[in-house]
Ligand binder design. Structure first.
Ligand code: KIV
Length: 294
């Protein structure tokens, strides 16, 4: 198998062409990431691609959909993710209305993810209707990841978060979209919420990796929203049925906060005899944290 990383020297960061070349070699693992510490953890866990997704608007900023994600904010999060990761391909997700007007505007907005955000590629939603924008961004030497099926930026047009491609006409359209995007030069294609047999058909018919989310097991790789994967969600939040939850970070945070509140309110933290913590001496002099470690 071609070794795309490593040897003994520093690990080079994955490029879009390398990611694409892994189709048929092994399955690809992608996750969303929005901040530096999480990006560092996911990167060292071996995640191939970190998507600074506009899902941030829902899982971090608490909105009901992704439509309000702003380019400035996303570029800032992209900078944090790129700066904290070393090997994963970092992809900036273009927010709603940043690539819908003119090709020139789409290129300018995509370039901010590369120049300011340190990303090596961008992702944008939509099929054949986005080809002009995709081609313009590719002509500006920025690799593009496509995204078809349930495209959350189209929820009002689609009538909600629904599985796509169930009817024969829809399935044929999605297959055609996938082929046209691949011909245009996208390096990978997200398939969101499409039936598994359609995802399998698309996967077989395009030369680029398909990355599924709610699209069954036959894609070339998978992506999930990190917060869903680790259970970092508000109580009562709606989690898509296809998510496999690998941890319950929400309960760990809630329990830690409950213990902290109890300790503070009962005077158990900070403890004056606890040498690891700042202690206000009776005279009012604060002994800094670092002094206890000197
Ligand atoms: O914004 C996002 O997180 C995404 C993934 C769900 C593919 O687009």
């Amino acid at each position: 198998m071609t070794q795309l990383y490593g040897g003994t020297g520093p690990i080079p960061r994955m490029t879009a062409p390398q990611f694409r070349a892994l189709k048929g070699v092994r399955k690809l693992a992608a996750l969303t990431a929005y901040d530096a510490p999480t990006a560092a953890l996911l990167d060292s866990a071996g995640v191939d691609l970190l998507l600074v997704g506009d899902s941030i608007e829902m899982v971090v900023y608490g909105a009901a959909d992704t439509l309000g994600a702003s380019l400035d904010r996303m570029v800032g999060h992209a900078r944090a993710v790129s700066g904290a990761s070393r090997r994963a391909l970092v992809v900036g997700d273009m927010p709603y209305l940043t690539y819908h007007t003119t090709p020139a505007e789409a290129v300018r907005n995509a370039s901010r993810f590369v120049v300011e955000g340190g990303c090596r590629a961008v992702k944008l939603e939509g099929g054949a209707q986005r080809l002009v924008m995709i081609e313009a961004i590719l002509n500006a030497e920025i690799p593009v990841m496509g995204h078809i099926g349930l495209t959350p930026q189209s929820i009002h047009a689609l009538g909600g978060f629904k599985v796509q491609g169930r009817s024969r006409t829809e399935a044929e359209r999605l297959l055609d979209d996938a082929q046209r995007l691949a011909e245009a030069g996208v390096f990978a294609l997200v398939l969101e919420c499409v039936p598994a047999d359609l995802a399998a058909q698309i996967t077989e018919s395009v030369p680029v990796p398909t990355i599924g989310i709610g699209a069954g097991p036959y894609c070339d790789g998978q992506i999930l929203v990190l917060h869903d994967l680790v259970g970092l969600t508000a109580p009562g939040a709606r989690i898509p049925k296809f998510v496999k939850r690998y941890a319950d970070v929400g309960s760990i945070i809630a329990e830690a906060a409950r213990e902290y509140v109890k300790d503070v309110t009962e005077g158990a933290f900070p403890a004056s005899e606890d040498g690891d913590r700042a202690v206000r001496k009776p005279a009012g002099e604060v002994v800094p944290f670092a002094a206890h470690h000197g």
